[in-house]
Design a protein around this ligand. Structure first.
Ligand SMILES: NC(=O)c1ccc[n+]([C@@H]2O[C@H](COP(=O)([O-])OP(=O)(O)OC[C@H]3O[C@@H](n4cnc5c(N)ncnc54)[C@H](OP(=O)(O)O)[C@@H]3O)[C@@H](O)[C@H]2O)c1
Length: 215
């Protein structure tokens, strides 16, 4: 099943696209500029040695993704784009990797909550899940990485499960971390990871939750 990544031409989107394509899933990189999307898709396919990735405009990408759409749009533009293509998201799961910037103040809504509120206000039925906030693009680009967890926050159990399956597919472990509001915590942890990266002179720290039977 094809999977669209809005803003998929960026660092996080390309990293996710590489992982899903390696897991033999077809990926559509959404861009504000379809030609840019196609160009980056060609470069990723060359790296992969396959034709799993294609590029398109954000709207076309969302329309071509039947059940789940992933957003790696930056905080600065995500609400505007989501409002613009809301019709293509109706009835689907939207997995938001976007972080409200700067990450941290848990008194402020997360990017995923803002996305949900914007789509609700338009009367669209979109089940929003937050995931990947703590997973660096550098980690995603690696073919092998240390075990790492992905916090999955959302108000709909089926949507969380669908997201968890997509996470498992790319060699990471999805951990249910509560309702969508908890995405504020995931964003705050990312703020801490950025400070840890700086202190230790590294680029791609992540998280692992202990005490869970990996099943
Ligand atoms: N990078 C990481 O390690 C990482 C990790 C976890 C979470 N995140 C979060 O994921 C999101 C994407 O991160 P990123 O590093 O991939 O960002 P990025 O490379 O700066 O941007 C992603 C893509 O978004 C599009 N874009 C840029 N400005 C836009 C605007 N004003 N309106 C609409 N689209 C715009 C661009 O695509 P087009 O020009 O093709 O439209 C760009 O390639 C951010 O919220 C970030 O905090 C990133």
């Amino acid at each position: 099943m094809a999977l669209a990544i809005l803003g998929g031409t960026g660092k996080e989107g390309q990293g996710l696209a590489l992982r899903w394509a390696r897991a033999e899933r077809d990926v559509i990189l959404g861009s504000r500029d379809a030609a840019k999307g196609r160009e980056i898709a060609t470069a990723l396919n060359a790296k992969l040695g396959s034709e799993r990735v294609r590029g398109a405009g954000n709207r076309e990408a969302a329309a071509a993704s039947p059940d789940v759409v992933v957003s790696t749009l930056p905080d600065s533009g995500h609400i505007e784009i989501l409002r613009d293509i809301a019709g293509e998201l109706d009835g689907k799961v939207l997995v938001v990797a976007t972080i409200a910037w700067p990450p941290g103040p848990t008194s402020e809504p997360s990017a995923a909550e803002l996305a949900r509120d914007a789509l609700d206000a338009l009367g669209r039925s979109v089940r929003v899940v937050a995931a990947f906030q703590t997973v660096s693009a550098g980690t995603l680009r690696k073919t092998e990485s240390e075990p790492e967890d992905v916090l999955i926050c959302g108000d709909d159990a089926d949507a969380r499960e669908a997201t968890s399956a997509l996470v498992d597919e790319i060699g990471l472990r999805g951990v249910h971390a509560g309702r969508l509001k908890q995405a504020r915590i995931a964003e705050a942890i990312t703020g801490a990871l950025l400070k840890i990266n700086k202190h230790y002179g590294v680029k791609s720290t992540g998280i692992r939750i202990t005490g869970i039977d990996p099943g």
